[in-house]
Design a protein around this ligand. Structure first.
Ligand code: ADP
Ligand code: XUL
Length: 525
């Protein structure tokens, strides 16, 4: 009784991670990359191209096909799925899937056909608006007006009306495609959708991810009728039900045991959002540690005892899957922006790191950048804004190393500025996500925050969080045992801040703040 599986359906990939609670080892860490492994969906970064930069949708069938592909690939590699005793997982937050039929009203999955063929006819809308979408400014304003103010929405739901959140997305769809909305019987988040695929019927939305919809009232843990009414007609009936995060929501469908050799009726624990899941996977379910996830987006989060909202209106309160709440800020231009700079100069990540560590100095001799290659959520920018400030050569993009440093420094300064509402200065930053592997990025964060930077041994914290949640809910393991076994800081990485960079960053902070504020006021030339 010792193998537990965590799945993470994230923006660019689907990952599976298995922990063995008996030996204390991670025995599987595999993923399918949508761009590389499923090129037929024409979504190299997990998102469908769209002429309008504010519209970001994904094909939910890509997520479905990735599940069959990952399970069969791992099975073919010789891994024995029959050892799994419990499953949980996570999905990218806010994305929504629209179904014409409730998954509770369908026959069991047909083992002779791929899931993707069986899910295709169930969709009422072919694409899923996802977290990078920023097209719902009008709908956010309408929801705020119906409730009285943006602040009122924040008091109820933990966030002001936010473009990428599911409620405003549902409102936009219901206005633009009223017939599709009327024909929609069930709406899922990515997390509850993937859990539903596993159990072959409707899985509920957990309170952790549900809080990212602008629909859930934090104080009651239930949908708020005024928010539902302000969003779309008859919405309560269409939403998958809610459940606490630790609930067993069903057992694995026979489809998976027959095709991939899973044991019969493995319990499936509610899936949650990727960030709430990372909170667990980073062992930070109690307040104290500031966590920074450097994935497609950068997020900064921490557990909270009581919900406290961001006075600037950028931050959010989600449910902590282990109970209580968590704060979160999302910086859309995370890896997205770093990749743009790396691609511009054809740099690999090792060259990107040495541009920072070997070729440039803290503060970048005053060269700095507004690094918003796509519309941004923190701070709120409806349109891209990429501007370089410095000597002529730099401004002309002719200094690769300085530009690399500029994008990373601007991001670190931005994270620092906009996360100060979370509370006291962090004693250390714990990093996760793909870009946490980069020593250049770690160095800049340590110096800007003047705090040690650590990384976790297991980088895939969202999938790990899924496996640990399954082990806690159905394997009777305690959080403290699970954390002491699986959530260790990597002893090889302990970046201590360089005190000599303090004055360089004090200067750069001032410059960056001035440029950003001028841009926000619309007074930047
Ligand atoms: P997500 O969960 O959002 O799909 P991940 O946490 O898997 O994202 O991170 C993927 C991103 O990490 C990639 O888009 C890539 O830009 C970035 N990345 C991967 N390795 C490195 C590295 N060594 N240095 C900087 N960025 C990296
Ligand atoms: C959080 C957010 C992103 C997604 C994708 O609010 O929008 O972090 O969860 O990872």
């Amino acid at each position: 009784m010792s193998y537990f599986l965590g799945l993470d359906s994230s923006t660019q990939s689907l990952s599976a991670l298995v922990v063995d609670t008996k030996t204390g080892r991670v025995v599987l860490d595999e993923s399918v990359n949508y761009g590389k492994d499923l090129p037929q969906y024409e979504s190299p970064q997990g998102v469908l191209p769209n002429g309008d930069a504010s519209v970001c949708h994904s094909d939910p069938l890509m997520w479905v096909e990735a599940l069959d592909l990952l399970l069969s690939r791992v099975q073919a590699s010789g891994f024995d799925w029959s050892k799994i005793r419990g499953i949980s997982g996570a999905g990218q937050q806010h994305g929504s899937v629209y179904l014409a039929r409730s998954l509770s009203d369908i026959p069991p999955w047909d083992t002779s056909k791929q899931l993707v063929e069986q899910v295709r006819p169930l969709l009422s809308f072919p694409t899923s608006p996802m977290w990078m979408d920023s097209s719902t400014g009008v709908e956010c304003a309408e929801i705020a007006e119906a409730l009285g103010s943006r602040k009122k929405v924040s008091e109820l739901s933990g966030s002001e009306p936010i473009e990428r959140f599911t409620g405003p997305q549902i409102r936009r769809l219901s206005k633009r495609h009223p017939q599709t909305y009327a024909a929609t019987t069930e709406i899922h988040l990515v997390s509850s959708f993937i859990a539903s695929l596993l159990i072959g019927k409707t899985a509920p939305i957990d309170l952790g991810d549900g809080a990212g919809m602008n629909l859930l009232e934090l104080s009651t843990g239930d949908w708020n009728q005024a928010l539902l009414d302000a969003t779309a007609p008859g919405l309560r009936e269409k939403l998958a039900p809610l459940s606490p995060s630790a609930e067993v929501v069903g057992t694995l469908s026979a489809y998976f045991s027959e095709r991939y050799g899973f044991a019969k009726e493995v319990p499936v624990v509610a899936f949650t959002g990727d960030n709430p899941s990372s909170l667990v996977g980073m062992g930070a379910i109690k307040p104290g540690t500031r966590l920074v996830s450097l994935g497609t987006s950068d997020t900064v989060f921490a557990a909270m005892d009581a919900p406290r909202t961001d006075p600037n209106g950028f931050g959010h309160v989600f449910g902590n899957p282990a109970g209580g709440f968590m704060s979160l800020l999302c910086f859309t231009n995370g890896s997205l922006a770093r990749e743009k700079v790396a691609e511009h100069y054809s740099l690999d990540w090792a060259q990107f790191a040495s541009a920072i560590l070997e070729e440039t100095k803290p503060g970048n001799n005053g060269k700095c950048m507004l690094p918003y290659f796509v519309p941004e959520t923190t701070p709120k920018l409806g349109a891209p804004a990429v501007k370089l400030f410095g000597d002529d050569e730099f401004v002309d993009w002719k200094q690769p190393a300085a530009t690399v440093r500029a994008v990373v420094e601007a991001q670190a300064l931005s994270i620092q500025r906009f996360s100060s509402w979370i509370g006291h200065e962090p004693e250390q930053l714990v990093l996760t996500g793909g870009a946490s592997r980069n020593p250049g990025i770690r160095r800049v964060l340590a110096d800007v925050f003047q705090a040690p930077v650590r990384v976790l041994k297991v980088a895939n914290s969202s999938a790990l969080g899924g496996a640990l949640r399954a082990a806690q809910a159905v394997g009777n393991s305690s959080w403290s045992d699970l954390f002491s076994t699986f959530v260790a800081l990597d002893p090889e990485v302990n970046v201590t801040p360089n005190p000599q960079s303090v004055s360089a960053y004090a200067q750069l902070r001032e410059q960056y703040t001035e440029h950003l504020d001028a841009h926000l006021r619309g007074t930047l030339g």
